[in-house]
Design a binder for this molecule. Sequence first.
Ligand code: CUA
Length: 195
Amino acid sequence: MAETSNPLSRPLPDGIVPAEVVARTEKRWIILMATMLLVMLAIIVVTGIASAMHPPSNVEVIDPATLHLNGEFVESNLGAAVEPDGSVTVRFIAEQYNFVPHCVQVPVDTPVKFRLTSADVVHGFLLPDTNVNTMVVPGFVAEVRTRFDDLGEKAMPCHEFCGLGHHAMWAHVHVVPKERFANLTPLQRTSCESH
Ligand code: CUA
């Protein structure tokens, strides 16, 4: 009679977990979650600093309806252009379902700046094993700077779903030796026919 008069001193019924055990389990989960968050944050910081991986931050607007009429993205101005300082600027238009031009050549071990814009919907531009990864949003110019250490072809499909032909929309960038690039005409740089 005496032990049942105080409900706290009664043994717990089957299937009820004692409060200390619940508290200990919750604490373990909190530590595990906090550790995972810290690891993921560290990955973002390390890749951001070490590999220059970050979302493009320039905000530059452009009228998608007049791209082909005048300004930087007229057809004759697309592709790889050599700047006076020896760096290379590549201009692409992304549209359903192609990049224009289809393929460009760029020199190895040289600063390369990509400038892209969209003529219709949101597309994506990503080159594997580089820091190049950006959305291409109509009305804005996406700019990414990089430098290629290895020769070869980089091909990657558009990585933002943009419609029925999305899977067939590929970006092609050929990284070629510097001497070879220097001997290409502007037209040759802006296609990969010579391969
Ligand atoms: Cu363009 Cu997906």
